[in-house]
Design a protein around this ligand. Structure first.
Ligand code: FAD
Length: 292
């Protein structure tokens, strides 16, 4: 049963920050409620004040600039991202990721800011945004700050958001030339959270042969999304080949720290990480070398 709470509706960022400041000891932001209400129903979260930011239109936007890249406001829904032709043209991996995130109903109401702030290590957007080298913008009433999204996830359901702080925006830089990014999750129920997931960004040399840069990000493979940095290093300066892919994917599975649960054992998860890393690195590499 949900404990009684005081409902406050913010219509602007300023109002939301003022509410947060006044009630920071015992409040929660709600946007789509797709994750928060589950916790409230289970009695795991019982705030005195609930600050609804669903109507904060200032944070509902998709802005793209060919020099600065993409900016997504925190209250933008998953469905809006999925349906954006601008994103489809410039960041196809985000559309592919969103299509497999939950049901249409959840995507219609759940927001990108809510997803990230929830800090679920099985969340789909986290690994993709890390692979895309993204940054998040946050604010309290006193200050604004940005940080690489890689540093935003601290532990299971714990993020760098401090008391009284609101997540405002995700900033995604322009994808560099000869770079392709792909993402896939393995799940048992279609569109449900992944048992594990892997995002890979590969930049090839101008001739398409050697690997110039790589980012491999593992989801649901530790307490937060993590980069498999040793596996990434094994790719730099190398040419694509099956032997290399085998070594890299084994290394990525060793870098993971998966927790066994009712869905999968640790060993099964490591095997999945191996298979998905191989698939995603190969896919991105083959796409990257065909790019101008
Ligand atoms: C049936 C189901 C299936 C799902 N499947 C998937 C899946 O496959 N992949 C996946 O990634 N997710 C999945 N989810 C999770 C869901 O999509 C996201 O967690 C959801 O998008 C959260 O957005 P929201 O706006 O509903 O957040 P809310 O539930 O309103 O909030 C979530 C948390 O974020 C905080 N918060 C929200 N906005 C802000 C903000 N701007 N600043 C600071 N804090 C904020 C809240 O206080 C709360 O702690 C699923 C959810 C359901 C119900």
């Amino acid at each position: 049963m949900i404990r009684n709470f005081v409902y406050l509706r913010a219509n602007t960022v300023k109002e939301a920050l003022d509410f947060l400041d006044q009630h920071k000891d015992d409040c929660k932001i709600i946007c789509g409620g797709q994750s928060l209400l589950i916790l409230m129903r289970q009695g795991l979260v019982a705030p005195e004040y609930l600050i609804d930011i669903k109507n904060v239109e200032e944070l509902n936007y998709i802005n793209f600039d060919p020099k600065d890249g993409l900016k997504l406001g925190a209250t933008t829904t998953h469905r809006t991202i999925e349906k954006s032709s601008l994103i489809n043209e410039n960041y196809r991996v985000l559309v592919d990721m969103e299509k497999n995130l939950a049901s249409v109903q959840t995507r219609n109401w759940g927001t990108i800011g809510g997803n990230l702030a929830h800090g679920d290590p099985t969340g789909d957007p986290g690994p993709v945004f890390i692979a895309l080298n993204s940054t998040v913008k946050m604010a309290t009433r006193e200050r604004e700050r940005t940080m690489p999204i890689e540093e935003f996830f601290i532990d299971y359901f714990e993020t760098a958001l401090e008391e009284g702080e609101l997540l405002l925006e995700v900033q995604i830089p322009v994808i560099p030339p000869k770079t392709a990014v792909s993402y896939e999750k393995f799940n048992i129920i279609k569109n449900d959270q992944g048992i594990v997931s892997v995002a890979a960004s590969i930049t090839t040399e101008a001739n398409g042969l050697g690997c110039k840069d790589a980012r491999i990000v593992l989801g649901a493979a530790a307490s937060t999304p993590i980069r498999a940095k040793k596996a990434e290093q094994m790719l730099i300066g190398q040419k694509l080949g099956d032997k290399l892919l085998d070594k890299v994917s084994i290394k990525a599975s060793e870098e993971a720290d998966p927790v066994p649960d009712i869905h999968a054992s640790e060993e099964y998860r490591r095997n999945l990480i191996k298979a998905l890393t191989k698939k995603m690195v190969k896919k991105s590499w083959e796409q990257a070398k065909t790019l101008a």
